[in-house]
Design a protein around this ligand. Structure first.
Ligand code: FRU
Length: 493
């Protein structure tokens, strides 16, 4: 039971460890006068309360998908980081679990030493259903080596045990800043364990590569070098890198890999994005990465710190449905994660559609209609999926989504496919998939977000919308001859 003036939230929460696996945690807002707006039924993952950012340790362990995440349960602002935790059977319906990973005691005992258990990854234990996690600890008064890498194990998948330091120092003489974080551990094509870390230098964002024969040993990680220096959008730093075999087994040298990177402090002049997620496709031989092509994983502003893993014959990933530039004072309720997405190559391009199971969210069809210019489709629910198919491809059109406070348009014109969002039409940012000529749009609306998938995931655009007002209709503004066939599904919470 806690009450904190920092957040104007009062929450009572109850759990008995024995019950947690059965029932999850129940959250009851006990102070309605002062509580945040009740979050309506929504189908995106959110923490039960408090602040959330990056997905961490995303994977299938003990047979079930687990999602860990950067979490501060005592308030709605970023603060000393813990790992929150949820478990699912289908990536869509999540059960909240107790906090999994706590920052070390000297951080919690001194609130002025902000930092905590930062982002990282998880691998299954060789024996039993548990996991080993790798994460960064940030200690603010240990400059310049502020960020150190740790590991901890959990055999019950409920709570991590004591952590050991595995990398206390970043590589010297490499022109790197103190940024040295977000360990992503995986088995390389040569059978050795690899670790990627995000960093920055005067040349741009950097991905560092380490390797070891035995990732269970506290020492033994060897620095291999800079895997990549990234300058896209003049980014200064890389956060949350991950690397996965994309179109074949890791051990086959012909297999393409996808390197997914969070770009920090980027300068996307046209849309003013400060954070975005890049995907670079190429070949990884265990020590070097040879780029074939790169693609933005999302043309929106709010899909960051995306983390993915190989689940059987598919790659499944999830991102934080927010970004650092606009999650400051405006946050009045916990942010969400994106819909989980599959990543695959098709005709030489990366596709990131929602996972197939997302269709199981559909409860019933609210409308099925043919829209010509000026007509609209209405839906009372705020949580819907709309499929738009163009009768004649190539035409320009503009969908005006009615929201009580913000402008929200989906536009297809000569420039490509755009989400326009903001208060003022002229000033509002346009997030653009340049050159996109979609034939089919799948739009997921939820309380607080829009996700647009074009042509089976060839383009994905995600935008957080502040507030919980439902979007209730889509009006077609189009040139003569533009006709859209619309199907609207109400989605289950
Ligand atoms: C990315 C990030 C990570 C860091 C974490 C801290 O969003 O800045 O680099 O580990 O958030 O919460």
């Amino acid at each position: 039971d806690y009450d904190t003036d920092q957040t104007s939230v009062s929450v009572a929460y109850w759990f008995a460890l024995a019950d947690v696996l059965e029932t999850g945690i129940t959250v009851i807002h006990t102070n309605p006068g002062n509580a945040p707006p009740n979050i309506p039924d929504s189908y995106h993952f959110r923490p039960p309360f408090g602040w959330m950012n990056d997905p961490n340790g995303f994977g299938r362990f003990g047979g079930r998908p687990h999602l860990f995440y950067q979490h501060y349960s005592h308030g709605l602002r970023w603060n000393t980081m813990h790992w929150g935790h949820a478990v699912s059977s289908d990536y869509l319906r999540w059960r909240h679990m107790p906090i999994f990973l706590f920052p070390s005691e000297d951080l919690t005992a001194r609130p002025d030493r902000r930092g905590g258990a930062y982002s990282g990854s998880a691998v299954p234990l060789a024996d039993g259903p548990g996991i080993r996690v790798f994460f960064t600890e940030q200690v603010q008064d240990r400059i310049p080596e502020q960020q150190i890498q740790l590991t901890a194990t959990s055999s019950d998948l409920i709570m991590a045990g004591n952590a050991d330091v595995i990398l206390p120092y970043r590589p010297l003489d490499e022109g790197l800043t103190a940024d040295f974080r977000d360990p992503y551990v995986f088995r390389g094509p040569d059978g050795l364990w690899k670790m990627l870390l995000g960093s920055q230098s005067s040349e741009g964002g950097v991905v560092l590569l380490y390797e070891t024969h035995d990732h269970t040993a506290a020492s033994g990680w060897t620095y291999i070098g800079k895997l990549l220096v990234e300058k896209h959008y003049r980014t200064t730093a890389i956060e949350c890198p991950c690397l996965l075999p994309l179109d074949g087994p890791a051990t086959d040298p012909a297999t393409r890999w996808v390197l997914i990177l969070g770009l920090m402090n980027s300068e996307d002049q046209s849309t003013r994005r400060k954070n975005l997620t890049m995907a670079i496709v190429g070949w990884f031989d265990g020590q070097t990465f040879a780029k074939e092509f790169e693609q933005e994983l999302d043309f929106g502003a709010d899909n960051y710190a995306f983390q993915a893993f190989v689940d059987g014959d598919a790659i499944v990933g999830i991102g934080w449905l927010a970004n650092w530039a606009d999650t400051g004072p405006a946050i009045d309720f916990p942010t969400a994660m994106t819909l989980p997405r599959n990543i695959h190559l098709s005709a030489g391009e990366l596709h990131t559609p929602p996972i197939g199971a997302a269709e199981s969210l559909r409860s019933h069809i609210l409308d099925r209609t043919r829209l010509a210019a000026g007509e609209q489709v209405s839906f009372i629910n705020g949580a819907v999926e709309i499929l738009f198919e163009l009768e004649k491809p190539g035409v320009h059109f503009h969908l005006k989504l009615e929201h009580p406070t913000v402008r929200l348009d989906v536009v297809v014109d000569d420039d490509g496919l755009a989400i326009c969002h903001g208060d003022d039409a002229a000033e509002s940012p346009h997030y653009i998939a340049k050159g996109a000529r979609p034939k089919r749009l799948r739009i997921f609306l939820d309380y607080g977000s829009i996700e647009v998938f074009a042509d089976r995931g060839r383009w994905a655009g995600t935008k957080r919308i502040s507030g919980f007002e439902p979007i209730q209709s889509a009006r077609l503004i189009a040139e003569a001859g533009a006709v859209l066939h619309a199907t609207v599904w109400a989605l289950k919470p």
